[in-house]
Design a protein around this ligand. Sequence first.
Ligand code: KG4
Ligand code: ZN
Length: 340
Amino acid sequence: MNVLGIESSCDETSAAVVRDGVSILSNVVASQADLHARYGGVVPEVASRMHVEQILPVISDALAAADCDFASIDALAVTNRPGLLGALLVGVTAGKALAFALRRPVVGIHHLEGHIYSVALAAPEILASLPVLVLIVSGGHTQIVRMDGHGAYALLGRTRDDAAGEAFDKGARLLGLPYPGGPNLARLADTGDPARVPFPRAMLGDSLDFSFSGVKTALRSFLAREEGDTPPADLAASYQAAIVSVLSEKLKRAARATGVRTVAVAGGVAANAALGRALRAMADEEGLRLVVPPRDLCTDNAAMIASAGFFRLEGGAVPSLDFDTFATETLGSPAGAQAG
Ligand code: KG4
Ligand code: ZN
C-alpha cells in the first residue's frame, strides 16, 4: 500500500510516499528556515503563507521522485496536531481535498506519533520486539514515551518548561548565533571544551520529567558576569553538554525503571552529534539496543507521517474527512497505554 504523507505543522513543507509503512519511495522537504532567519524565529503568518505556496509543488515533487502518479496512491496521512494552526490547516486542507478527489482514505496524524515512526522507518525490525522507549526531542517537545504497540503510547516524562530544542535555540541566541540556533550552537561546540563551565543539570529527583529553563538562565547570568575571556566555543560545548547529559541520564533511568531494553531518539535534536555519542555510550554501558534515525528522518518530514498513517489504517482506523486541526495535544497517557 502506497501512502502519501503530508507534513506542515511548523516551518517545513513536506510530502512523501511510503510503501507498506516502512519503505520510503520519496521524502521531499522544503524548509523555510532561511525565510524565518531574519526574524530570529518562526513567524506563524509567514509560515502559513509559504506552506500555501509550497504544498502543491512539494506534493508533485514527492510523486515524481517516487515514480508514482495520483492513481498509485492508496491512502493519505497528514499531520493535524499539534502545531501552528494556520500551518497545519494548509497540509490538512490539501490532504482532505486530494483524498476527496481521488476517493482514497485519509487519516490525521499526531506530529509526535510521526516522530516515533521515524524510528520504525530507520529500524523496522523493532516493531516485532516492542516495547521501545523513545526520547522525543524537538523544538517544541521533550518527552520520553513508551511505545507498546501501534497507537499505544505511555508518557513517562516530559519537560516542565522549555523543550530541548528550544534550550538549544535560546542558548544560541544568547551566544549571538543566527537562527536556526540548534545546529549553529552544535557546530560551534565542536571545537570547544565541554568541561570548561559546569552549567547546572536539572535532575528533578526521581522524576523522568525535564527542566531546561535553569541552564538557559545560568548561561545568561554567566554572560552578564564574565569579561569575555571564555571562548564562545567552550561556552557552547559546556552548554550543550549540560543539555545532553540530562537527556541521556533520563533515558537511562527510564530504561532501568521500566526494564525496556530498546531505546531510541527522535525529533530535530536527535540530529545532534554530541547527543548521539552520549546515548551510544550510555546504551553500551547499560547493554541497551539504541536506534538513532538518520538526520533527514530526525527533523520534520512527511515520511514519518506516512508511516504512522499506514499502521493506523492497517490497525483498522475508520478514515473520515471529518477531523480538525489542534494547536496542542498530549501524546500518550501518563497512566499507561492508550489507543490513539
Ligand atoms: O523536530 P524538529 O525538526 O521540529 C519541531 O517539531 O520542533 O526540531 C527542530 C529543533 C530546533 O529547535 C533545532 O534547533 C533543533 O531541533 N536541532 C538541533 C540540531 N538540529 C536541529 N539541536 C541541536 N543540535 C542539532 N544538530
Ligand atoms: Zn517535529
